[in-house]
Design a protein. Structure first.
Length: 901
RNA sequence: GGGCCCGUAGCUCAGAUGGUAGAGCGCCGGCUUUGCAAGCCGGAGGUCCCGGGUUCGAGUCCCGGCGGGUCCA
C-alpha cells in the first residue's frame, strides 16, 4: 500500500463506515451517516459543540481519564519530557510526543522506555503564533499532546492500524461518551522529520480531536522507502477534547478556567457577553481565510456581516479580548520554557523564548497596560503547579527574575532606540537604509521599532522586504563547511576497530602495538593509548619507537572507531611492533582540565541554578574554557563561591567512574542532563560519573579521582554572548604555577607600598588618591606663579609695524595652560602675544592674536617652516615647535612678517 | 569564531575638517522665597579606558590590549 491509497480499516467497515469525498475540501473521509456530504471539519462545517457541553470536566480530569484508559489497555504510562528538546540536535522545542522518541527509538536502534506506552506531552509550536487568539482557541503555541505509541520491530509486533483505531474508537465512545455516528475519520498523509505515513484524523462536531499516524516510511534521497520499524504515532489534543466536552465559548475558557477572567480584569479589558462570544467562535471556525493568514481586520468585517453586527462594534469588543487570549497562551508557554531551563538569548531556543516574551510585552503595550509581565507568568505557574506540573513552582523565583530582566532589557532597547532615532532625525530629517542597518547591527534596534519611533516624529521610513538578507550579506558569512569525510573513509572498513587503551586505563602512557595499516599517510595500530581529538579535548602527541626507527606523533584522528596516527618522520612498516609513548605532561594536564570542566559545570549549576547548561568547552594544557548558559552576568561573589565549591569537590577526592550504557537506560537513570556537550549521536553512550556529584555522556579521558585534578583557579568570567558566559580557568600544575606567580607579584607590590598583602588594595587606592591630589596641587601652584608673571609681562609691549606685540616665556606650566592664562588675562586689549616654552632640545611656540585682523595659524606655519620646524592653527591661535637654537631667527621672522604687512 | 558600535566630569551625553576639553542633571557656596518646589549668580569636579605609532601637535587618525553593547555563524 502506498501513500495516498484509501485507508481501509476492517473494524470501521464492519461497523458500517463508508468512504466519501468532501465536496468542499476534496478530502476523503469515513462516516456512518449515509446522507453526510462534507467531511465535517471546520471550516467545511461550523463547530456544533459550543454551548452544548456534555461533561463538566477539567483538563486534569480529561488527561487522567485518557492515561488510565490506555493503562487499562496494557500501555505503560511514562512521564513528560522537557519542552526543550535537549536530546535532539535538529530541533529546539518538543513539538509532538513522537519527538521524545526520535531518532534512535523510531529507527529501531534503541529500545523504547516501554512498549506500548502512553504519555501526555506538553508541546510548543510557534508556527501559528499569529493565529493564537483570533481563532478563539483552535491554535495555541503550547498544548498537551496525549498519545499512545507502539513500536513494531522485526523482533516484536505490538499493534498496528486496526488496534489503533479500535483504541481510539473505544476511548471516544466509552470514555468521552461520543455517539459513534458523530465520529468521522478523515484520511490524510503525515510527513515530518524525515518520516511519513498515512493517517486518520477523527472529527467530532467540527473539531479534529486527534491524529492517528501510521509511520512506516522514511525519506531516502527524496523518495519514501518502507521502514523496518513501524511506529504508531497518535496525538490526542487534550485542550480540544476538553473544549469539546465542556462546550465553552472559546478554547481558552476550557483550558484556563478562572484565569481567563483574572487576566481579563488584570489587563483592564471589558467582559464580552457569552452569547456573542460563542456565536463569534462558531462563525470564525468556518472562515478559511484565517487559515491562510489573511489580515484579521478584514475577517472581522466578514464575521460582522454574518452576525449582522456593526464591524467597529465587534472590533472594539473582540480585539482586546484576543490579546488577553494570546497573553494567556504566551505566558503559559514562557512559564514552561523557563521552568525547563531555557535561557533567553538571540540564538537557538533562547531566541524562541525571547520572541514569546517580547510578543507578550508588545501585547501589553497595545493594551495600554503598564505592569510586570512576570506577574502574569507567576499566575500561570501557580495555576499549572496545581494541575499536574508541581515542578513549575520550584522554578518560580528564577522564572520571575528572567522575565523581569527581559522586560527591563526590552524597555532599555526601546529607550535607547528612540533616543538614537531622535538624534538622527534631528540632524538630517530623514532615515536611510544605512541608518537602519547601523541601528540594528550595532545597537540591536529592529527596523520595525525604528519605524514606529520615526512615525511619531513624523518621518517616513522604508524598510526593504529583504532587510535581514542585507544584514546577512553584510557579514559575508561563509557557511561552515559540513565536516567532510576524508577520502580514505571506505578504506577503513578493511580494518578492525582499534582497541582503545586510553579508555581501559587513562593513565597508561606507554604501550606496545602492531602496525596494521597505512591509511591516508597515517599509521593505524591494532591498539593505542593515544587519545584522538574529540569532545573539546585536543589529540595527544608523543612518539613511536621501533627497532631502527622513531617518529613523532603530531596528531591523532579517529574515524569509524579506527585511530590514525599522523607522524613526523618515517612510517613504520606494516607488521612492525612499535612502542608508543604519550606526552605524559600534556595528557595529564588535559585530563585534569577535562574532569575540572565537569566539576565546574556542576558547581555552577548548584550555585546559579539548574538552567545552567554547557554551551561549549575547550580544553588546553595551560588554560581551558567552559561556556555556560546564564541569563545575567556572574557577580564576583558568585564566581568565588563557584571556585571554592569546585576546589572543595576536588578535595573530596570523589571517584570518577566511566562506563557504557544504552541510551534509553542512561536517560532514564540520569535524565537529559547527560547531554551537556551536545547530543552524542550513538545508541550507546559512554558515561562519565563523578560519583555522587555529576553525570555526563562524554568520550574524553578523565582522572579517576577528583583529587588528581589539583587546584582549580577560574581566572575570569565574561559574557561572550547574550545568555552565555565563558569561564576561563586552569587546573593542576598550571593553576598552581600561576597562583604562585600572582602571589609573588602581590608580595612585591605590598613591599613597594610598605603594607601587608591584605592591605594592598586599600593602600594602592590611597596612593592613587594622593597622587591625584598632588598633581592638582602642583598644577594650581604653577598656574598661580605663572599667572602673576604673565599679568606683568602683558603690561608691556613692543610696537612692531601696526601691532602691539608681547612676549611670554613659560617655565612651569604647559603651553596649553599658558595659552589659556594669556587668553584670560589679555582681556580686550589689542595684542599679538608670542608664547614660548622650552621642551627638550626644541621650543614649543604659540602666537595668540587678539583684536587684529590677522591669521595666527598662517603666521605660525610660515615662521616655523622657515626655521626648520612645523606648526599651524586657526584664526586666533597658531602653535608649533622649532629647534632650540632657532628661537632668535623664529622671532625675527615673526617680527619681519608683522612689520612688513 | 567573525563583523560593527561605544568607552570624555559623580550620572546622561556633545565634542565637523587634528590646534585653548563642553552641556544638562547632580554637588558646594551666595542671592531671592515665610517654607517647599523652583529661579538667578558663582564655584569645585577630567590620566578624554590602557599601551604603542603617525604628527611640530592626538579626545580626534592608525595598530594592539582591556571593558561594555550588538549582529552574524
Amino acid at each position: 500500500m502506498g501513500l495516498g491509497d484509501p485507508i481501509e480499516i476492517q473494524f470501521l467497515i464492519e461497523r458500517g463506515y463508508v468512504r466519501k469525498k468532501c465536496p468542499k475540501c476534496g478530502e476523503y473521509f469515513w462516516t456512518l451517516d449515509p446522507d453526510r456530504e462534507t467531511c465535517g471539519e471546520a471550516p467545511c462545517e461550523p463547530y456544533s459543540f459550543i454551548g452544548r457541553g456534555v461533561a463538566d470536566k477539567g483538563l486534569e480530569e480529561v488527561r487522567e481519564d485518557f492515561l488510565s484508559f490506555m493503562e487499562s489497555k496494557d500501555h505503560t504510562r511514562i512521564g513528560r519530557y522537557p519542552v526543550i528538546a535537549r536530546w535532539r540536535d535538529d530541533l529546539f522545542l518538543t513539538s509532538a510526543s513522537i519527538v521524545d522518541f526520535q531518532p534512535f527509538i523510531t529507527a529501531g536502534l534503541v529500545p523504547p522506555p516501554a512498549n506500548p506506552l502512553t504519555i501526555s506531552q506538553p508541546c510548543i509550536r510557534l508556527k501559528d503564533v499569529d493565529k493564537v487568539g483570533p481563532t478563539m482557541g483552535r491554535h495555541l503555541t503550547i498544548f498537551e499532546m496525549m498519545a499512545h505509541h507502539a513500536f513494531n520491530t522485526k523482533e516484536r509486533f505490538v499493534y498496528w492500524k486496526e488496534r489503533t483505531v479500535e483504541l481510539f474508537h473505544e476511548y471516544a465512545t466509552e470514555v468521552l461518551g461520543i455517539p459513534e455516528e458523530e465520529i468521522i475519520y478523515k484520511e490524510g498523509i503525515w510527513e515530518g522529520g524525515g518520516n511519513a505515513g498515512p493517517d486518520l484524523e477523527p472529527i467530532v462536531r467540527g473539531l479534529e480531536i486527534a491524529t492517528l499516524v501510521f509511520m512506516e516510511y522514511r525519506e531516502e534521497n527524496g523518495k519514501y522507502v518502507p521502514m523496518d520499524t513501524k511506529v504508531v504515532d497518535t496525538g490526542y489534543g487534550l485542550e480540544r477534547i476538553t473544549w469539546l466536552l465542556r462546550g465553552d465559548p472559546t478554547g481558552f475558557h476550557a483550558v484556563y478556567g478562572d484565569l481567563v477572567d483574572t487576566f481579563r480584569s488584570e489587563l483592564g479589558v471589558e467582559r464580552v457577553e457569552e452569547r456573542l462570544l460563542s456565536r463569534y467562535s462558531e462563525v470564525s471556525s468556518i472562515l478559511r481565510e484565517l487559515e491562510k493568514g489573511r489580515k484579521v481586520d478584514v475577517l472581522r468585517g466578514k464575521i460582522a456581516e454574518i452576525l449582522m453586527l456593526d464591524s467597529s462594534y465587534l472590533e472594539e469588543k473582540i480585539s482586546p479580548l484576543e490579546k488577553v487570549f494570546a497573553l494567556l497562551d504566551h505566558t503559559k508557554a514562557i512559564a514552561f520554557m523557563l521552568a525547563d531551563g531555557l535561557v533567553p538569548s538571540n540564538v537557538n531556543e533562547g531566541y524562541l523564548g525571547r520572541l514569546l516574551i517580547r510578543r507578550s510585552l508588545k501585547l501589553l503595550k497595545l493594551l495600554g497596560v503598564e505592569m510586570n509581565l512576570s506577574e502574569l507568568v507567576a499566575k500561570q505557574v501557580s495555576y499549572w503547579s496545581d494541575k499536574g506540573f508541581p515542578e513549575l513552582k520550584e522554578a518560580l523565583d528564577r522564572i520571575v527574575e528572567i522575565v523581569d530582566i527581559e522586560q527591563a532589557r526590552y524597555e532599555e532597547i526601546l529607550r535607547r532606540g528612540e533616543k538614537i532615532v531622535r538624534g538622527i532625525v534631528k540632524s538630517k530629517r530623514k532615515l536611510d537604509l544605512e541608518d537602519l542597518i547601523t541601528l540594528y547591527d550595532s545597537h540591536g534596534v529592529p527596523p520595525e521599532l525604528v519605524q514606529t519611533v520615526a512615525e511619531k516624529l513624523g518621518v517616513n521610513v522604508e524598510v526593504p522586504d529583504n532587510f535581514y538578507e542585507l544584514i546577512a550579506g553584510r557579514h559575508e558569512s561563509r557557511k561552515p563547511e559540513a565536516p567532510r569525510l576524508p577520502p580514505f573513509i571506505d578504506e577503513l572498513d578493511r580494518y578492525k576497530p582499534t582497541k582503545l587503551l586510553y579508555y581501559q586505563d587513562p593513565y597508561l602512557m606507554e604501550f606496545d602495538a602492531t602496525v596494521v595499516g597505512h591509511v591516508g599517510g597515517m599509521v593505524l595500530l591494532d591498539e593505542t593509548a593515544f587519545y584522538p581529538e574529540g569532545g573539546g579535548q585536543p589529540s595527544d602527541v608523543g612518539v613511536l619507537l621501533w627497532p631502527g626507527g622513531r617518529a613523532e606523533v603530531v596528531s591523532v584522528e579517529k574515524y569509524k572507531g579506527r585511530v590514525l596516527h599522523r607522524l613526523n618522520g618515517p612510517l613504520p612498516p606494516l607488521g612492525t611492533r612499535v612502542h608508543g609513548k604519550v606526552d605524559e605532561g600534556r595528557r595529564l594536564s588535559r585530563m585534569r582540565h577535562h574532569t575540572a570542566t565537569h566539576v565546574i559545570l556542576e558547581t555552577a549549576r548548584r550555585v546559579l541554578g539548574p538552567h545552567v547548561w554547557q554551551w561549549g568547552a575547550q580544553k588546553g594544557d595551560e588554560e581551558s574554557r567552559l561556556d555556560i548558559t546564564h541569563y545575567k552576568s556572574i557577580t564576583p561573589e558568585e564566581l568565588e563561591r563557584i571556585e571554592l565549591l569546585a576546589n572543595e569537590t576536588a578535595m573530596r577526592n570523589l571517584p570518577v567512574n566511566t562506563f557504557w550504557l544504552l541510551r534509553t537506560d542512561a536517560e532514564r537513570r540520569y535524565g537529559f542532563i547527560l547531554y551537556q556537550g551536545g547530543v552524542v549521536p550513538d545508541p550507546i553512550l559512554r558515561i562519565v560519573e563523578i560519583q555522587g556529584y555529576n553525570v555526563q555522556a562524554c568520550g574524553g579521558t578523565h582522572v579517576t579521582r577528583t583529587g588528581d585534578i589539583g587546584p582549580i583557579k577560574i581566572w575570569r568570567a565574561r559574557r561572550i554572548q547574550d545568555g552565555v558566559i565563558r569561564l576561563e580557568f586552569s587546573a593542576g600544575v598550571p593553576a598552581a604555577r600561576r597562583l604562585i606567580k600572582a602571589h609573588s607579584m602581590l608580595k612585591e607590590i605590598a613591599q613597594s607600598l610598605g603594607v601587608s598583602e591584605e592591605e594592598v588594595d586599600k593602600a594602592f587606592k590611597a596612593a592613587m588618591e594622593e597622587l591625584k591630589d598632588l598633581r592638582r596641587e602642583i598644577r594650581r601652584h604653577a598656574r598661580e606663579i605663572e599667572e602673576a608673571k604673565i599679568r606683568e609681562t602683558l603690561k608691556e609691549f613692543e610696537k612692531v609695524g601696526d601691532y602691539r606685540v608681547s612676549r611670554v616665556e613659560l617655565a612651569s606650566v604647559s603651553l596649553d595652560e599658558g595659552v589659556k592664562l594669556v587668553d584670560k588675562l589679555v582681556g580686550s586689549d589689542e595684542r599679538v602675544v608670542i608664547l614660548t616654552k622650552p621642551s627638550g632640545d626644541r621650543v614649543e611656540v604659540a602666537v595668540l592674536v587678539n583684536g587684529y585682523d590677522l591669521t595666527a595659524g598662517d603666521l605660525v606655519r610660515e615662521a616655523t617652516r622657515s626655521v626648520g620646524g612645523g606648526g599651524g592653527g586657526n584664526q586666533r591661535l597658531g602653535r608649533g615647535s622649532i629647534p632650540k637654537e632657532k628661537l632668535k631667527s623664529f622671532l625675527g621672522v615673526i617680527r619681519a612678517r608683522l612689520g612688513g604687512s
